[in-house]
Design a protein. Sequence first.
Lengths: 361, 265
Amino acid sequence: MKFKKQKISGFGKSAAYALVIASLAGAPGNVYAAKELNALVWCDHTDPALIKPFEEKYDVRVNLKEYEGTGAALAIVEQSQPGDWDVFVVDGVDVPGVVESGLLAELPQDQLPINDVFDAVKMEDMTFKDGKMYAIMEKFGYNVISYNKEKVDPADMRDLNTLWSDKYKGRIAVYDYYIPLMNLVALKMGIKPADITADVLPKMKEELFKLKENSVMIGDVVASSTALAVGEADILIGGGEWAVSVLSAEQPELDWVLPDQGGMLWSQSLAVFKDSKNQDLAIEFIKHVMSPEGQAALATSSCFWGMPANQQAKTALTDQQRAALRWEEQAGFQANSHRYFIPNAELDSQMLDVWTEFLQH
Amino acid sequence: MWTVAFFVLPFVIMGVYSLWKRVGNKLITEFSFGNYENFFAKSFLFESLTNSLEVTLLVTVISILLAYPLAYILAEKVPDRWQRIALIMAILPFWTSYLVRSYSWLLVLSEGGVISNFLLEIGLTTEPISMANNRSATVIGFVHFFVMLLTLTIFANLKQLPKNYRKAAQDLGAGPIRTFIYVILPLTLPGIMVGAFLTFVLCIGDYITPAILGGKRELLMPQTIMLQIERRSDFPTASSLALILMTVVSMVYLACARWLKLDRL
């Protein structure tokens, strides 16, 4: 009995230690030494090739907390103490909302390579407020078409209409995110994403239903990319470099292209929390990520690839990496791409209803 | 206190949330049943529930049909000294990550997967086939997991049955089939019901398996709930859907408890 009691007590202690360690690991902040930086990031920032050089240069430990969706990140921030977080990777489309919420610190424009950023992703209307800069775009790409060039005719992939024909029926995967996908459907219909209104939704629903008949699956980032990689699908609508370029060495048959009707441009940005107690270090981190070497590492992260926002990263990328990112076609792609159309609350709700109906159809 | 803090309080908060509304980025804290009305008015939301119920019932029935013979063989035919090893084999799937198991099934069922290649190899098909990304794949993934759960509950029930009952039935002239139908099966119904209820609850609330194996060809209730949170942070709608799901589960629990005349399962 005594033995049993001791065992339970030991287990209790272990559990308590585990809880303490887990809570320390999950909650960043002031319990650590000063030389730590806490960043809320997307998975592409967890690649040691990006983080290690910074840690070594500044003799600092970067604590990374991965999140998916700005809503989830803001919930984490809400549940933390002011000053817990230093750096924030924000989805490009959500930057104005986060700036508006007053969470971000002003960034020093003169210390960041804003002039080297591609014009298409400077997006100063989103990153600036009252003449002050609150975020800088670090990486971007497209929601367009990824495909297996051994299974489909690459020329067909430049025309969105092909995906609605019978030619590739049952061979298409659909990326499950209603905003870029419905924006792509609008482009297929000859409507600019910014011109989407409630009036076009019935027609858009018909187009989506037709697309569903041709599709083999609808999935999130991982599921839809996997479908293409394992041969379950030959085409991924809504895909892009983010879905296939990371596999360019192992599966060179996977490729992507922006169709002639246009594509959707996604972007992600870097910002510093206003309440950060490591403002200077956080700025240095942003400078590191925005440097040509940092940009190359971020662009070719083991999680997913994307175009570096800083054009100077070109020389830090290999020929193979530039080819996988279709660097030479960027001018045309950027000119023929649109930012995500963010509808007002009512239209957003209607669009999500149409998308849910599409999934349920 | 524990129950109040971790069940009653979150439940009340969810109930209050379900009566609010989200418009754009704002939470409208006026009480209304709008979210519940929407659920019944919008057929694609209501279909999530019917889809969930169909899949769950199918999984439960198939799992019982597969688990019962397995549990019976384990309890009656396998020598006692091998039963422990057999049970460990039965619970091995529980030791694997749920995600890994679902993705493994995807690789087995997908085009170019194990089954497709095998059928091509033996000449039964000439083209690669895919069995993934549909309701059947979801059901297969679920059944693989829940057969073992049901096997354990039925096995435990079978082991508790005194051997004398079978002998008494045989003494009274009943053959093996009549003994099974009129003695063993009725006495193992509690084990079946407990396992079936656990299967029902775990299956109807599962998000991972249908998301990976179902290919989102249709939406089940947990996926519809996640869609509200993931894309629009619409916690009020998500809360109302979660409470509807919880109501269904509670009704099934009450039905099970009443049928078995058990106050506590």
